[in-house]
Ligand binder design. Sequence first.
Ligand code: FMN
Length: 193
Amino acid sequence: MKVLMLNGSRNAKGCTFTALSEIAKELTAAGIDSEIVHIGKDAVNGNIDAAVKEVAAKLKESDGLVIGSPVYYASASGEVVAFLDRLFWTAGDDLRHKPGAAIASARRAGTTATLDVLNKYIQYCEMPLVTSNYWPMVHGFSPKDVMEDKEGLQIMHTLGRNMAWLLQCIEAGKKAGVQEPAAEQKVFTNFIR
Ligand SMILES: Cc1cc2nc3c(=O)[nH]c(=O)nc-3n(C[C@H](O)[C@H](O)[C@H](O)COP(=O)(O)O)c2cc1C
């Protein structure tokens, strides 16, 4: 089994990456593979279509998804929003029933607003939302700060273990013959007709 993780920061190896790496440690301990893809740069440098295509292909082969974003101006980064708008519109069907989680990294404020934005993508696609024992956030301006945020690290570890457990439950359910609910024909109105 594999979990794909998206780093929506401009920084390839910053705070968001550090938090995602802590989740990855728990997945590895549970025998689950993971990959962190840095989407934060290609979302805004003219490469978004190619980057979305690449991630969509990886998602087909993945069993779970974690979206990570730094807080920019008290919300999710513009990079991650641009990327997710395209990804979920084109690859949403491949995400159905795959567990998903969102995490935020901030120096100080705007984490819950960021999580609200990110969780909406997960909820739209019938993905079971994986949670922790607090809203999934770390605090810091540098990776070193994040490693000193002991509560933030613990929250990431719990989230990683919960993701691993849910993936194992889904796999066990499939082996036991539990059927996924069939997709319903979506009712799509514009409030007028
Ligand atoms: C453009 C920009 C806007 C930011 N806005 C906020 C903010 O509103 N609240 C906050 O706490 N931190 C803010 N920060 C700080 C980052 O969210 C924080 O340092 C984060 O942990 C960086 O993660 P990264 O290293 O993965 O990029 C901002 C940083 C940038 C570059």
